[in-house]
Structure formats: structure tokens, C-alpha cells
Design a protein around this ligand. Structure first.
Ligand code: NDP
Length: 308
């Protein structure tokens, strides 16, 4: 089996060793050293380099190194082959850390205290326990569910918003558009961990923001295009929304003339929610490739119709 790897973060050597540790027999080609492209049957990548997929006429499987497959699904050359995500099905401990960091910052009003300190102003914001704070997580997938459970274990009153109802859930659930408002009304801190799909693009807009309680905070870890930027700025400027932390943007790096950089109520993070783990991803990618070879049904398959 000939596999093309387009590495994300970390050196090619790190990835080569990580794959060799599990499947030494693999003929691994590392982009851009493709060799005879007609031999390649599996591609392991995040967002494909422009035109790369067009050059792989015998591709049979794509393994996604990233949780979000929106860029891959937008590729005009995407062949009709299974796409499987190689993320850890138990969630991502680093994303959990990031979610906890920013939820605690907003829960304990750190942005307000930092602004007050700049003015040498002694202010005291309400001091609440986690039990008294309602957090809403949009998207309880592999990453979102683990983050929601972690927040619940700290004591926060957590609810999640998903597309389809689930029979059993440890987390209070709201599903579908018709339950979105009920979910938002209670979410004092809103964490977005949705995939970017035609249904979720622009979901954080004037309508949704105004449904949040006054003084709510937004943490966007999904994709930049989930947020309608002028609506976010208006909600912050009106005081309805107290603060926002943004890790992802429609254009990355965020252009220096973006008003988001300079807004006093916005924390800009440079898409730094986690570090990818080449060893873990390579091990799981190898397992997927072996299952595919053995015709074992694949889990974590991306549904193109749904868009995630
Ligand atoms: P999954 O595909 O495992 O889960 C997606 C979740 O979103 C599911 O719970 C799904 O609902 C829900 N969902 C999808 N569409 C809708 C909709 N229209 N209405 C309501 N709920 C919806 O995704 P992951 O948890 O693995 O990752 C989620 C996203 O987080 C990624 O796509 C990526 O954009 C982002 N991400 C960002 C990172 C960063 O570095 N900032 C790192 C990792 C992920 P249901 O359960 O009903 O299907």
C-alpha cells in the first residue's frame, strides 16, 4: 500500500518515525516527494494543498489529521472515497485545557479585572462558584463531548447543543434548530465546538447573540466562519455580550487591520487551542489503513451530506 502523507506541524522525520513504529512495511511518501502519483491509494492529510488530490487518480481512502474537515470537503478535486478522521475518539486533553482556561477566565471576569487594572481601578465583580454558572457547549462531538464532561466534572452546570437527539446523555442536551433558543437563553458562557457546515456557517449572529443572557461571554474554538463578525462587534459594543475569546478566524493569520485585534472585550488567540500529536495520529491512521485493507467497517467516517 502506498500512502501519501501531508504532515501538519512537526518535522517530516517525526511523522516518518511515527508511521514506521506501527507500519514499517508502509511505502510512505511525504509531500511534496510524491513519486509516481498513480501508485498512491491512501492520503493522510489535513487541508490538501491546492491541486494535490487531482494528481492522485487511484486514491481509495483519505485519513484526516484534523477534527474539522470543512477545508477538505470544499476541495473541488475531492474524489468520492471514504474520509475517516484520525482524532482520538476519547477527545483531546489539550482542547479540554483550553476550554477550561477560557471558561474560568470568563467565569471569574478576568478580562474585566485586566481592563480595570489598566485604569488602576479597584472593582469587584460578582464571585460565583462553578455550580452557579451555566455553560453551553455547541457541538458535542468527539472534541466537544469530552470538553463538556470535563467542565461538568469541575462543577459547571453544562448543557450541549447537537443536531440529532440522543437517547442517553450525561450532559443535558438540546437538539435541533427548534431547541437552539432554549439552549442559548441559559448559556452564560457559550463555547462553540461545532464543525463548519452549510447549516452552522454564521450560526453566531445577531439573532443567536441576542438570545444569550445579558453579560454572556463567547468562546469560539470551532471555525471563524461560524461567527458573523459585525454582529459580534455590535453585541459587544451594546454591552449585551460582555466578552469574547476567538481562537479561529475566516482568514488566518488574522490580518493586522482587523478590528478584532484592538477590541477591548475580545481576546484573540492564534488558533492555538492544541498541539497536534504526530505519534497518536500516526498510530490511529495506521489502524484505519489496516481496517480498510481488511475491509473492517470504519468508524469516525465523515458524512459528506451532513458536512462533518
Ligand atoms: P464531530 O464531528 O465529532 O461532532 C460534531 C458535533 O457538532 C456533533 O455533536 C453534531 O451533532 C454537532 N452538530 C453538527 N452540525 C450541527 C447542527 N447543524 N446543529 C447542531 N449541532 C450540530 O466534531 P468534533 O467534536 O471532533 O470537532 C468539532 C469542531 O471543532 C471541528 O469540526 C473543528 O471545527 C473544531 N475544532 C477546532 C480546534 C481548534 O484548534 N480550534 C481543534 C479541534 C476541533 P450530532 O451529535 O447530533 O451529530
Amino acid at each position: 500500500m502506498v500512502v501519501l502523507l501531508v504532515p501538519l506541524a512537526g518535522s517530516a522525520d517525526v511523522w516518518r518515525h511515527a508511521f514506521a513504529a506501527t507500519m514499517p512495511e508502509l511505502d510512505l511518501r511525504i509531500w511534496p516527494e510524491v513519486g509516481d502519483a498513480a501508485e498512491i491509494t491512501v492520503a493522510v492529510l489535513g487541508a490538501p494543498p491546492a491541486g494535490a488530490l487531482r494528481k492522485l487518480p487511484h486514491l481509495r481512502l483519505i485519513v484526516s489529521l484534523t477534527a474539522g474537515t470543512d477545508a477538505l470537503l470544499r476541495d473541488p478535486d475531492l474524489p468520492n472515497v471514504p474520509i475517516v478522521r484520525a482524532g482520538d475518539p476519547a477527545g483531546d486533553a489539550m482542547i479540554n485545557e483550553t476550554v477550561l482556561l477560557h471558561v474560568l477566565r470568563h467565569h471569574r471576569y478576568m478580562p474585566d479585572y485586566l481592563r480595570a487594572q489598566q485604569r488602576c481601578e479597584w472593582i469587584r465583580m460578582p464571585i460565583k462558584s462553578a455550580r452557579e454558572r451555566k455553560v453551553g457547549v455547541m457541538g458535542l462531538g468527539i472534541v466537544g463531548l469530552a470538553a463538556a464532561k470535563m467542565l461538568a466534572s469541575v462543577g459547571f452546570e453544562v448543557a450541549g447543543w447537537v443536531r440529532r437527539p440522543r437517547p442517553n446523555s450525561d450532559i443535558k442536551l438540546f437538539s435541533g434548530r427548534e431547541r437552539l433558543d432554549t439552549f442559548l437563553v441559559r448559556s452564560e458562557i457559550l463555547v462553540n465546538l461545532l464543525p463548519l457546515t452549510p447549516e452552522t456557517r454564521g450560526i453566531v449572529c445577531a439573532e443567536t447573540l441576542k438570545t444569550l443572557p445579558v453579560g454572556a461571554a463567547l468562546i469560539n474554538l470551532g471555525r471563524g466562519d461560524h461567527v458573523v463578525e459585525p454582529d459580534l462587534l455590535a453585541a459587544l459594543d451594546s454591552g449585551h455580550l460582555a466578552a469574547a475569546t476567538l481562537d479561529v478566524f475566516p482568514i488566518e493569520p488574522l490580518p493586522s487591520d482587523s478590528p478584532l485585534w484592538r477590541h477591548s472585550k475580545i481576546t484573540v488567540m492564534p488558533h492555538a487551542a492544541r498541539r497536534l500529536d504526530p505519534e497518536g495520529l500516526a498510530t490511529r491512521a495506521c489502524r484505519i489503513i489496516r481496517d480498510f485493507q481488511a475491509e473492517i467497517p470504519l468508524s469516525q467516517l465523515v458524512d459528506r451530506e451532513r458536512g462533518y
